[in-house]
Ligand binder design. Structure first.
Ligand SMILES: O=P(O)(O)OC[C@H]1O[C@H](O[C@H]2O[C@H](CO)[C@@H](O)[C@H](O)[C@H]2O)[C@H](O)[C@@H](O)[C@@H]1O
Length: 247
């Protein structure tokens, strides 16, 4: 069996910028902040917000945060940061001034949300709502992950929804939203259009972002351990991401 070569660190940001404009797409959890026991327990490093704002200026506004969290949730951690961003796995896209790129995401039916919330309560899982879906977190009860995923898949099949999985999380979402879609949407518009896109992320849902950047002439950067990936490069952890970003 052939073994693929280990992924190397990406060329430095300075060298990429010397070759032409770069559009940078950054995942949030596991990339800009360390994974924590609960979604609301993350520690946002001091000065992250001002560093992101400066990075956006350095890139001529070609910086977008692309998160599985809702934009409202991101704002509780970052404040009203004036950079482009996409929440709910790319379904909710906004420009730095808060204006929408594309339509507002469609939320799930109230009955569906209530059904998942009841399940979370009964199974002692953490429930999270998003503008275009809802999630069950089982980091505190890993043994409940398999049945939680089966529960969500049953609802998805019945309601014509999709399931996304991630690090100790399973989510119900409308079909069609992924981080690759967010990359494509921003890359069609100035100031992103014509730049070389780079996506940095750690989770399975970031694979769509990696593929979107590769298709548009750029590349993905996997954060964390080696795995099967569409990324061309790798950085070991959040600290390595900060070093690469020159934070
Ligand atoms: O796309 P991202 O910005 O990386 O968001 C992915 C999910 O991140 C959050 O959950 C994850 O991080 C939590 C805090 O570290 C952790 O407790 C949880 O186990 C992880 O799955 C967020 O809560 C989700 O909505 C995002 O989809």
């Amino acid at each position: 069996m052939s073994q693929s070569a280990p992924l190397l660190a990406p060329p430095s940001l300075a060298s990429l910028l010397a070759a032409g404009p770069v559009a940078l797409f950054l995942d949030f959890d596991g990339t800009l902040v360390e994974i924590a026991a609960r979604p609301d327990a993350i520690a946002v490093p001091a000065k992250l917000v001002s560093k992101l704002a400066r990075l956006s200026d350095r890139l001529g506004g070609r910086l977008a945060l692309v998160s599985g969290r809702s934009l409202e949730d991101l704002e509780t951690h970052l404040g009203s940061l004036a950079v482009a961003s996409a929440g709910s796995h790319g379904a909710d896209r906004r420009w730095p001034d808060g204006s929408h790129l594309g339509g507002a995401p469609l939320s799930l039916a109230a009955e569906t949300i209530a059904e998942v919330e009841d399940y979370a309560r009964a199974q002692e899982l953490i429930f999270e709502t998003k503008s275009h879906g809802c999630a069950l977190h089982y980091r505190g009860r890993p043994e409940a992950g398999e049945s939680a995923e089966a529960f969500m898949r049953t609802i998805a099949a019945r309601e014509g929804l999709a399931v996304k999985t991630g690090k100790c999380v399973v989510e119900l979402v409308h079909e069609g939203a992924d981080k690759g879609g967010a990359v494509r949407a921003f890359m069609e518009q100035p100031p992103f259009a014509g730049a070389r896109p780079v996506f940095i992320g750690d989770d399975v849902t970031d694979e769509d972002g990696f593929a979107g950047c590769t298709q548009a002439g750029g590349f993905g950067v996997l954060v964390g351990d080696e795995r099967e990936t569409a990324a061309e490069f790798r950085l070991a952890d959040v600290d390595a991401v900060y070093d690469w970003l020159e934070f």
